[in-house]
Ligand binder design. Structure first.
Ligand SMILES: NC(=O)c1ccc[n+]([C@@H]2O[C@H](COP(=O)([O-])OP(=O)(O)OC[C@H]3O[C@@H](n4cnc5c(N)ncnc54)[C@H](O)[C@@H]3O)[C@@H](O)[C@H]2O)c1
Length: 247
């Protein structure tokens, strides 16, 4: 069991990649906090983990809201006795060409993806520093290279890389590692609704010739959350079937 005695908080844990991370971490002995703006989804994942003999707690949170984020971390400390791992996974898209993108859609995506990652990391710092141990894993995307119709999303995810590197510098002396994963096309509810033409085009650009699965991404999260990666910080890991190499 690679995460025994560890408390792991996963934002956006109610669906897709986040849910796969929650299940994987629970199997490694972690006490998993499934946090999501969709409370019912978070509760479903937590219940499933508990039915299988794991330890889990579900919490409703909007990562854009500082008060809610601070309350979440307080409850995690009180109910789980600490916080060792933070997976900043909550994220959304609101795609449109830049010329047609509304200010509201720009703000929403940047607030959830980038500000949410900042607020949760800031709140997790105190308990992690007290333990002199912490692992933070942020979530970027291959879209950081630029992607048609994703000015807001691509900018928010590129911002997360700058944030990761800076937090890694600032948190290192407290014993906290901060890294980032950048998934390619992963089969989750986020990508399920994309038009067939967009999916075909995405598939054409993947050297390994298939989409990724949430469970495959969760294995990278597990590595970056476990002691095996204790000498790695400030790094970005692409998990995309080779899509970021270019064809
Ligand atoms: N699926 C992909 O192909 C892909 C590729 C690259 C990056 N990503 C990133 O991976 C992460 C997970 O994506 P996914 O595909 O599993 O998506 P998903 O839509 O299946 O899950 C996202 C979860 O985040 C939650 N969420 C949304 N806004 C929130 C908020 N304000 N506060 C708290 N929770 C909130 C949602 O309720 C949902 O449960 C995201 O950051 C996404 O940008 C996904």
């Amino acid at each position: 069991m690679r995460l025994r005695e560890k408390v792991a908080l996963v934002t956006g844990g109610g669906s897709g990649i986040g849910a796969a991370v929650c299940r994987r971490f629970a199997r490694e002995g972690a006490f998993v906090v499934v946090a999501d703006v969709d409370r019912a989804a978070a509760e479903r994942v937590a219940s499933e983990i508990k039915e299988r003999g794991g330890r889990a707690l579900s919490l409703g949170v909007d990562v854009r809201d500082r008060a809610e984020v601070e309350e979440m971390v307080k409850r995690v400390e009180e109910e789980c006795g600490g916080l060792h791992i933070l997976i900043n996974n909550a994220g959304i898209t609101r795609d449109n060409l830049a010329v047609r993108m509304t200010e509201g859609d720009w703000d929403l995506v940047v607030e959830v993806n980038l500000k949410g990652t900042f607020l949760c990391s800031q709140a997790a710092f105190r308990p992690m520093r007290r333990q002199r141990y912490g692992k933070i894993v942020n979530t970027a995307s291959v879209a950081v290279r630029g992607n048609l119709g994703q000015a807001n999303y691509s900018a928010s995810k590129a911002g997360i890389i700058g944030l990761t590197r800076t937090l890694a510098l600032e948190f290192a002396r407290a014993g906290i590692c901060v890294n980032c994963i950048a998934p390619g096309f992963i089969e989750t509810p986020m990508t399920a609704g994309l038009p067939e033409k967009v999916k075909e085009e995405a598939l054409r650009r993947i050297p390994l010739g298939r989409f990724g699965k949430p469970e495959e991404v969760a294995e990278l999260h597990l590595f970056l959350a476990s002691p095996e990666s204790d000498y790695i910080t400030g790094q970005v890991f692409f998990i995309d079937g080779g899509a970021s190499i270019g064809i």
